[in-house]
Design a protein around this ligand. Structure first.
Ligand SMILES: *Cc1c(COP(=O)(O)O)cnc(C)c1O
Length: 376
């Protein structure tokens, strides 16, 4: 079945006991035992599994063409689950401009238990090759990356990782399985913050790890889910499963809107740079064409006049909401450096935009009036 069909039908059928088309939200934390002490109906305690979670995991595994998926309470819980597959002494190579929370996990809790890491420009395979050492077990890549939208060669990275006995984990949050298939390019693990496009309505937190194989990693991640306990509620799972049905439509329209916005703002006199892989001028454009079916709905722009001008533009928009996060139906604008840590490498004049499902021309008009209003 094709992705649009899977988004609606995978791991979803009318409820066998009532015929209800929409699945019931199972809020129960505990489940009845059989007289002989068994659990023939498959569930015993909601941390270890509930019907809504199983359906959500089945659907996401199908969309990513993975062997299995483990749903967690946030994207951060998902990255932590992947890092917890490692042992003291292991080394991780991570992209230079990946999500700052992922870096914080490696610099803080995982560094303290002896997992080391290095940051490298994932768009340069030769730099990555130079930095891999005998302890390297994992390459962690985000493509397009956050917030500079750089594009990494996933097939090349997978080859490099495998040559050195390491694995490739891809944070596919920005692209979603609709636009990019990391497993087809050789990745071993795919991670999402489902808080973003999969949820799509800015009303549910979640994360997921998908594995290509049904092997040891999947078993250990499943154990981790139940033992460490960062699990989504039955209601969270229900919201997410419901949102998946429209994911293909949403992300394609949002990508189309983003391309229109990127082209328009690139012409503005107060914009010094637009980072969007769909623009021919973007250094990752040719590569993105080969590994993505559209370019996503995130873009960043740099404005003339530095940080004060960037704040003024964000303050001058009427349709965009000044807020962090991304992937919802409504467009957001964010001064990124001031949200990240004090050591953030993000340019101070950069605004990150999450393009929603409004009419593209209304978004362009709004940004244009906000950019017109500054006098750098
Ligand atoms: C938001 C985000 C995360 C973290 O996810 P949470 O759900 O906020 O914990 C990880 N990676 C990327 C690319 C993100 O955008």
């Amino acid at each position: 079945m094709r992705l649009e069909t899977l988004a609606i039908h995978a791991a979803h059928a009318p409820d066998p006991s009532t015929g209800a088309l929409a699945p019931p939200i199972v809020l129960s934390t505990t489940f009845e035992r059989d007289p002989d002490g068994g659990y023939s109906r498959g569930h015993y305690y909601a941390r270890n599994g509930n019907p809504g979670r199983a359906g959500l995991e089945g659907a996401i595994a199908a969309l990513e063409t993975g062997a299995g998926a483990v749903a967690l309470a946030s994207g951060s819980a998902a990255s932590a689950a992947v890092f917890s597959l490692l042992a003291p002494g292991d080394h991780v190579l991570v992209g230079g401009d990946c999500y700052y929370g992922t870096i914080n996990q490696l610099q803080g809790p995982f560094a303290r238990i002896g997992i080391t890491h290095g940051r490298v420009d994932m768009t340069r395979l030769s730099s990555v090759a130079e930095r891999i050492n005998r302890q390297t077990r994992l390459l962690w890549v985000e493509s397009p990356s956050n917030p500079l939208l750089s594009v990494a060669d996933l097939a090349g990275l997978a080859r490099l990782a495998h040559e050195h006995g390491a694995q490739l984990a891809c944070d596919n949050t920005f692209a979603t399985p609709v636009l990019q298939r990391p497993f087809a390019l050789g990745a071993d693990l795919v991670v999402h913050s489902t808080t973003k496009y999969m949820g799509g309505h800015s009303d549910v937190m979640g994360g997921v790890v998908v594995t290509r194989e049904a092997g040891e990693d999947l078993k250990r991640l499943r154990t981790h889910q139940g033992v460490l306990g960062a699990v989504p509620s039955g209601f969270d799972c229900w919201l997410l499963r419901r949102s998946l049905a429209t994911l293909p439509l949403r992300i394609r329209q949002q990508s189309e809107n983003a391309l229109a916005v990127a082209r328009a703002v690139a012409q503005h006199r107060n914009v010094t740079a637009v980072h969007y892989p769909g623009l021919e001028s973007h250094p990752g454009h040719a590569l993105a064409r080969t590994q993505m079916s559209a370019f996503g709905a995130m873009l960043s722009l740099q404005v003339r006049g530095g940080e004060p001008a960037a704040f003024a533009v964000a303050a001058g928009t009427r349709l965009f909401t000044r807020a962090t996060s991304l992937g919802g139906v409504e467009s957001l604008i964010e001064h990124r450096a001031s949200v990240e840590s004090a050591e953030s490498r993000t340019p101070r004049d950069l605004l990150r935009l999450s393009i929603g499902l409004e009419h593209a021309q209304d978004l362009i008009d709004d940004l244009t009036q906000a950019l017109d209003g500054i006098n750098p």
